[in-house]
Design a protein around this ligand. Structure first.
Ligand code: 13P
Length: 370
């Protein structure tokens, strides 16, 4: 008998939402992490996308952004490795140059469309150097509209900086509360919330400090999710890896997550946070190779830069570079799928072959502390 049949949906975590919605949420969350696939975040705001284009001399126009997003969603066989893509409001309304809506291209490719619904991290009044993510106003109506357009999951990113005297309790609590309110509204609308409290990698902090802050943030987030009656089985956590600084390969991610993330959460999908594509794959691989069979949740990926960046650098806005750019995108997606099985190896970067998944060895650049 399946677990679904055992748990009366309305009783899961004492929720009061219709059984059918709870069932759909659980099914979507599971589908997003089936077959060792993961998420591709392509939800950069226009501002962020333009910044990345500017760095490579690509025109910062609606058409260039559309063409780039078309490159991504038409990458052949992307659905072999990617189960869901996170879109931005501009992108979910866009079409291929032959007029086919992106949402149709995505779903025809066996991929579930998702949507970023926060409206960005703003300076937090009274808290210099800290941010609060906005977007709750009108969210219920926007979620309904996105659901009707085909989205089945959503994303909201909170940003926590580490520095002198920060993060403050006030900043952590305000962001956790907003994440929980967003997640509850998503579940009401039938969208799986991807809850993203990102502790930033920027700074000179140590591994210990990152671990301490991440644990505190996650504990606060799960407290608020509980108070807002969010069904943990129908959500996804998208955290940072627990790292000391960009250059150091050590991390303490699993230890930290075990302390703070309830076992009812089906999957944890990491953001890449500015790590190189190879480093992000290697670290995800190291965690899965060592712990996969002993963890309550799937350890997966929801990378933007660590999947997209090599492709963007090859494309540079030139039609002639489309196919090599798509190959590079597919390659990173495939490396990360292998990393979910503990089967990624640095050799994949040159010869494309995975190591034996049953004996998945951490890639060379991986480390003992995971
Ligand atoms: P990166 O993987 O580039 O950190 O982006 C993930 C994301 O969705 C940030 O919100």
């Amino acid at each position: 008998m399946s677990e679904m049949a055992v748990l009366p949906r309305s009783k899961v975590c004492g929720q009061r939402r219709p059984d059918t919605i709870s069932h759909e949420l659980i099914c979507t969350a599971r589908a997003l992490f089936a077959d060792d696939k993961g998420l591709l975040a392509m939800d950069e705001s226009n501002h962020t996308c333009n910044e990345r284009f500017a760095a490579l001399g690509i025109p910062q126009t609606v058409e260039a952004r559309r063409a780039y997003r078309e490159l991504i969603v038409t990458t052949p066989s992307l659905g072999d490795c990617i189960s869901g893509v996170i879109l931005y409001d501009e992108t979910i309304h866009q079409e291929k140059d032959d007029g086919t809506p992106f949402v149709k291209v995505i779903t025809d490719g066996g991929i579930i469309p998702g949507i970023k619904v926060d409206t960005g991290a703003m300076n937090m009044a009274g808290y210099p150097g800290e941010k609060i993510t906005e977007g709750l106003d009108g969210l219920r109506d926007r979620l309904k509209e996105y659901f009707e357009m085909g989205a089945r999951f959503a994303k909201w990113r909170a940003v926590i900086a580490i520095g002198d005297g920060i993060p403050s309790q006030g900043c952590i609590e305000a962001n956790a509360q907003a994440l929980a309110r967003y997640a509850a509204l998503c579940q009401e609308a039938g969208l799986v919330p991807v809850v993203e409290p990102e502790v930033l990698m920027e700074g000179e902090h140590t591994l210990g400090r990152c671990c301490e802050v991440t644990e505190k943030v996650l504990r606060t987030v799960f407290d608020r999710l509980y108070k807002q009656r969010v069904m943990l089985e129908g959500m996804i956590l998208k955290p940072n890896m627990v790292l000391p600084g960009l250059a150091c390969p050590k991390h303490a991610t699993v230890q930290c997550l075990l302390r703070a993330v309830p076992a009812a959460v089906p999957a944890i999908a990491f953001l890449s946070g500015g790590q190189s594509g190879e480093m992000a794959s290697a670290r995800l691989n190291a965690m899965n190779a060592r712990f996969k069979l002993r963890l309550p949740w799937a350890l997966a990926f929801s990378f933007a830069r660590a999947i997209q960046q090599p492709a963007l650098e090859i494309w540079r806005g030139e039609k002639a570079n489309l196919l090599p750019a798509q190959r590079a995108l597919y390659h990173r997606a495939r490396c990360n799928r292998a990393a979910r099985r503990g089967a990624y190896d640095a050799a994949m970067e040159t010869n494309g072959s995975e190591c034996n998944s049953s004996g998945g060895l951490p890639a060379k650049s991986c480390v003992s502390t995971v």
